[in-house]
Design a protein around this ligand. Structure first.
Ligand SMILES: [Cu+2]
Length: 258
């Protein structure tokens, strides 16, 4: 092998190592497996995805993530009282200014490989805003868990200047059932936007580090007057998270404890 090629291989090898490290840190928290999708629908109006539960809870002696996860709660913004920003600035209008069909974004894909029970989280109209999964032996610490689901095709308002719309999720990976006062790095991993809900988890491991689903505009071209287009971000309100981040079985609230 000549020197040029071996040098090139070393450089390539290094860049592979660097990108592997970057990829790892990108997955150091609970995220969606496919965090960026196109507008509309890949397969019959659905985009297939997984919540990737990256690690368990941290034991108090050495802070390592050695505690198993016993359930996960996943909530999308309802689009009704959600917090909307446009290029970082608050938007006072409605989500329908940018997205025409947001109502029931989530479909559970049945799977009992990590948790044996799954159930929708719905609003009073029956819109499927998220889901929880729990039961069985749960997710062993040191392993990753994939919780499959599909999102409905999202259609961006054609007359708007949105070039993308990013939905911010609220996710909780539960390791021990407690009330809100019992939240700690050893009992729960909270991947929520800090919007002032009971699930902010101020000072905890995942503080204000939520998973996101970004939808890129791909159908109607941006109106010329829009220039480069706008980045829209949609977060669930504190009120919604307080209402929806719950595990309820047969009418009984299991998590958090009342
Ligand atoms: Cu983490």
């Amino acid at each position: 092998m000549n020197q040029f090629i071996s040098k090139k291989l070393i450089t390539q090898g290094l860049s592979i190592v660097v990108s592997a490290v970057l990829a790892q840190s990108a997955f150091a928290h609970t995220r969606l497996k496919v965090p960026v999708i196109d507008e509309n629908a890949a397969f019959h109006g659905s985009n297939y995805n997984d919540v990737v539960v990256a690690h368990g809870c941290q034991n108090e002696s050495d802070g390592n993530s050695t505690i198993d996860t016993i359930g996960t709660v996943v909530v999308f913004p309802d689009g009704k009282d959600s917090i909307i920003t446009v290029d970082g600035a608050p938007h006072n209008g409605q989500l329908s200014d940018f997205v025409t069909n947001w109502a029931s974004p989530v479909t559970i894909i049945q799977d009992r490989s990590v948790f044996t029970q799954q159930s929708y989280i719905t609003d009073s109209l029956g819109n499927k805003l998220g889901f929880w999964a729990a039961g069985g032996n749960g997710l062993k610490a040191g392993y990753r868990g994939l919780l499959p689901f599909a999102t409905a095709g999202v259609v961006i308002e054609s007359t708007s200047c949105a070039k993308s719309v990013t939905f911010v999720l609220g996710i909780a990976d539960v390791c021990e059932v407690t009330d809100n006062n019992g939240f700690s790095n050893a009992t729960v991993q909270l991947w929520t936007p800090a919007v002032g809900s009971n699930f902010d988890g101020s000072g905890l491991h995942g503080f204000d580090s939520p998973a996101t689903l970004k939808i890129n505009r791909t159908i109607a071209p941006l109106p010329e007057s829009c220039g480069a287009g706008l980045e829209v971000v949609v977060k669930p309100s504190a009120q919604q998270l307080n209402r929806d981040m719950k595990v309820i079985v047969d009418g009984q609230q299991i998590w958090p404890k009342n």
